[in-house]
Design a protein around this ligand. Structure first.
Ligand code: ASP
Length: 341
C-alpha cells in the first residue's frame, strides 16, 4: 500500500513537471522592425510627418504579424514587411533611398535565416525594386552569399524579380537632402549645430525586420540606400552578414541601423548573438552592451532591433530616436519614434 502511494505521488509529480515544461516551451511568435535611427527630434517633426511615419510602421509590421499568426515563416514575414517599407518614400530603402555624391542611388540589402544559418546579400544595385528579395534569391538560388553592382542587378533580373528604371527610386526630398549635405560639407566645420543635426537626420533611414515564427525559426533582414553623399561605391553594414544583419536560432535575430563604418568595425549583429551564446546575456543586455559600450565608445551612433528564440525583444539606440515597432503573439502593437516614446 505504502509503495502504491509513493508511486502515485511520483507519477503525479512527473506529470506536473512535464506540464510545466510543455507550458514553458509553448510556441510563440513576434516581430520587430526599424525604419532608421538618427537625430530624430520632436522639435524637427511636424505632427503630419510623425503620423505618416507611425502609419507606415504600423502597416508594415501588421503585414508580417498576420503572416506569422497564420503559421507563415519568419522568412516570409521579414520579406513582406520590408517590401512595405521599401515601397514607402519615407524610408531610406527602395523608393525614397538617399543619393550618392554622383546623384545616383545604390541599394544594399541582406537576409539571414536562423535555422540553417543560410544568408544572402546584395550591394550597390540600381534597378531592383525590392532589394530584400534579391538578397533572399542570392541565398536560395545562387551558390554565393553576396553579389554586387551590375552583376547583382543582372542576377535579380534573371531570377524574374521586378526591375525598374533607376529614376523610380528618386524623390524630391532626397535630392534636396543631398544638396543640403553637400552645402554643409563645403562649409566644413563652420556649420551650426542645427545644420549638423539636419545632416545627421538625413544620413540614416535604413529599414530592417526581425521575426520569430511559430516553428521557432528566427530570421533577420535589412535594406538601405546607405548614406547620403556616399562616394566610391561605399558599402555600409546593412549588406554585411554579422554587422548589419544576423540570425541564429540558438540566440537571436538582429537588424541594425546607423553609421555603418562603426557597425562593421564592431561586428554589431553577430557580437550581440555571441554575447548571448558565450556569456549567457539576455538580448536586452547584449544589445545594450554592444550599442552603448562598443559602438558608442568608438564614436559611432545608431541602433538595433532584435528578437530572441523565446520572443524577448530589444530596441536599443544611442541616438535621440529610431523609427521602430514591435508586435507580440497577443497582437499588441507598439510604435515608437523618439528615445523616450
Ligand atoms: N547603416 C546604414 C549604412 O551605413 C545607414 C543607415 O542605417 O541608415 O549604410
Amino acid at each position: 500500500m505504502k509503495k502504491i502511494i509513493i508511486l502515485s505521488l511520483f507519477l503525479c509529480l512527473s506529470c506536473q513537471q512535464a506540464k510545466t515544461i510543455t507550458e514553458s516551451q509553448e510556441a510563440t511568435f513576434g516581430i520587430v522592425i526599424h525604419g532608421g535611427a538618427g537625430t530624430i527630434l520632436r522639435a524637427n517633426m511636424t505632427s503630419e510627418t510623425e503620423a505618416a511615419y507611425r502609419k507606415v510602421l504600423a502597416e508594415a509590421i501588421q503585414v508580417g504579424h498576420s503572416i506569422l499568426k497564420n503559421g507563415g515563416s519568419s522568412q516570409e514575414a521579414v520579406e513582406k514587411t520590408i517590401h512595405v517599407m521599401e515601397n514607402s518614400p519615407l524610408f531610406n530603402a527602395g523608393k525614397g533611398a538617399v543619393l550618392t555624391a554622383d546623384e545616383t542611388i545604390e541599394l544594399d540589402a541582406s537576409f539571414m535565416h536562423g535555422a540553417t544559418l543560410d544568408a544572402g546579400a546584395i550591394s550597390g544595385v540600381k534597378t531592383i525594386k525590392h532589394p530584400i528579395s534579391a538578397a533572399i534569391k542570392v541565398m536560395e538560388d545562387s551558390p554565393h552569399v553576396m553579389l554586387s553592382g551590375a552583376g547583382a542587378d543582372a542576377f535579380a533580373a534573371s531570377q524574374g524579380l521586378e526591375i525598374v528604371e533607376p529614376e523610380y527610386f528618386l524623390t524630391e526630398r532626397r535630392i534636396n537632402s543631398l544638396k543640403r549635405v553637400k552645402e554643409a560639407e563645403a562649409k566644413e566645420k563652420k556649420i551650426s549645430s542645427l545644420e549638423k543635426e539636419y545632416v545627421s537626420q538625413q544620413r540614416y533611414g535604413t529599414v530592417g525586420c526581425v521575426a520569430l515564427d511559430l516553428e521557432g525559426n528566427l530570421a533577420a533582414g535589412t535594406s538601405t540606400g546607405g548614406m547620403t553623399n556616399k562616394k566610391w561605391n561605399r558599402i555600409g553594414d546593412a549588406p554585411i552578414i554579422g554587422a548589419g544583419t544576423y540570425a541564429n536560432n540558438a540566440t537571436c535575430a538582429i537588424s541594425a541601423t546607423g553609421w555603418g563604418e562603426f557597425f562593421i568595425r564592431s561586428v554589431v549583429a553577430h557580437d550581440i548573438s555571441a554575447l548571448m551564446e558565450y556569456k549567457g546575456l539576455s538580448i536586452q543586455e547584449a544589445a545594450h552592451t554592444v550599442i552603448h559600450d562598443k559602438v558608442g565608445s568608438l564614436g559611432g551612433d545608431g541602433g538595433v532591433v532584435g528578437i530572441d528564440h523565446r520572443g524577448n525583444v530589444a530596441m536599443e539606440m544611442n541616438t535621440p530616436g529610431m523609427y521602430r515597432a514591435h508586435m507580440d503573439a497577443v497582437g499588441s502593437l507598439n510604435v515608437k519614434i523618439y528615445k523616450d516614446e
